[in-house]
Ligand binder design. Structure first.
Ligand SMILES: [Zn+2]
Length: 275
């Protein structure tokens, strides 16, 4: 991908103010607990937190230092968010209202409750913001085997896709069945592809926008495949339970991302989520 750092106008930087909560086990442990919870329906995360000490660390003594690589990552998320939002404004006109990306470390309170980094990136319909712990990108590269900047951009664009659904009243955030959840998630994948399509046009970088390079789309397809429900279930339990799918299988996630990427037309993203 080719991109230029902007003014971080889309970023709400909560890295220095997050935390304040004991993190008695590492990120890997949290991911294991999360996957277990998610696969079995039992909330192991809260079970664990109830017995864990709550006193370690305040926000002021937690690491607020950053690295050049992390700062570049914040710039990158901002650039992708700017471009994706500009794209949706071009597609939807005045109907589109911008969102913000809240960047945090370890844990944060949102209008959707408290979140740990192991939750992964998410969109909160309550305050209409995207929440992102930059550590997830390392997880994506190392644990899920999906490295690359466009893999990361796909994750951001997927969450912005949920915001688009919210703006359009497509049912995000309501309590729903697993099949309705899958339809909404696959539509967000398709919406991420819509942005990918726009960002594929040549000459964009010269115009100050994000531009994809050859091979970028493969990174997003690898990421979509890596975080399919069947793959995650297999990692967590060794079994695949389609009735517990909430995001769709790897094949479905790849398919719907491709539909958006190939067409560039939001009307091609009717996964059954729209009512
Ligand atoms: Zn989603």
């Amino acid at each position: 991908m080719r991109w230029t750092p902007g003014d971080r106008g889309n970023i709400e930087d909560m890295r220095g103010r997050t935390g304040g909560r004991a993190m008695p086990i590492g990120i890997g442990g949290f991911v294991v607990l999360l996957l277990l919870s998610w696969a079995t329906g039992t909330d192991f995360l809260s079970l664990f937190q109830n017995v864990a000490p709550q006193n370690a660390g305040t926000s002021s003594d937690r690491a607020t230092s950053s690295s050049p690589a992390e700062e570049q990552m914040v710039d990158f998320v901002d650039a992708v968010t700017t471009d994706a939002q500009d794209t949706w404004r071009e597609l939807l006109g005045a109907r589109y209202q911008p969102t913000q990306v809240v960047v945090f470390r370890d844990a944060i309170q949102s209008a959707c409750g408290s979140a740990e980094s192991a939750t992964g990136p998410f969109y909160c319909p309550g305050d209409r913001k995207v929440y992102l712990d930059l550590g997830f990108f390392d997880e994506l590269a190392q644990r899920f085997g999906a490295p690359g900047d466009f893999a990361q951009a796909y994750v951001v664009a997927h969450e912005i896709g949920h915001h688009v659904q919210n703006v359009l009243g497509l049912g995000v955030g309501e309590s729903r069945s697993n099949s309705a959840s899958v339809a909404i998630e696959l539509q967000a994948d398709c919406f991420a592809g819509i942005w990918g399509h726009a960002a594929s046009a040549s000459g964009r970088f010269q115009a100050g926008r994000v531009e994809l390079e050859p091979g970028d789309a493969d990174e997003a397809l690898r990421a979509a495949s890596a975080i399919g429900d069947d793959r995650l279930q297999k990692m967590a339990t060794g079994r695949v339970m389609p009735e517990r799918f909430t995001h769709g299988s790897s094949a479905q996630r790849v398919e719907w991302f491709k539909r958006g990427m190939d067409s560039g037309d939001p009307r091609s993203c009717d996964t059954g989520a729209a009512r």
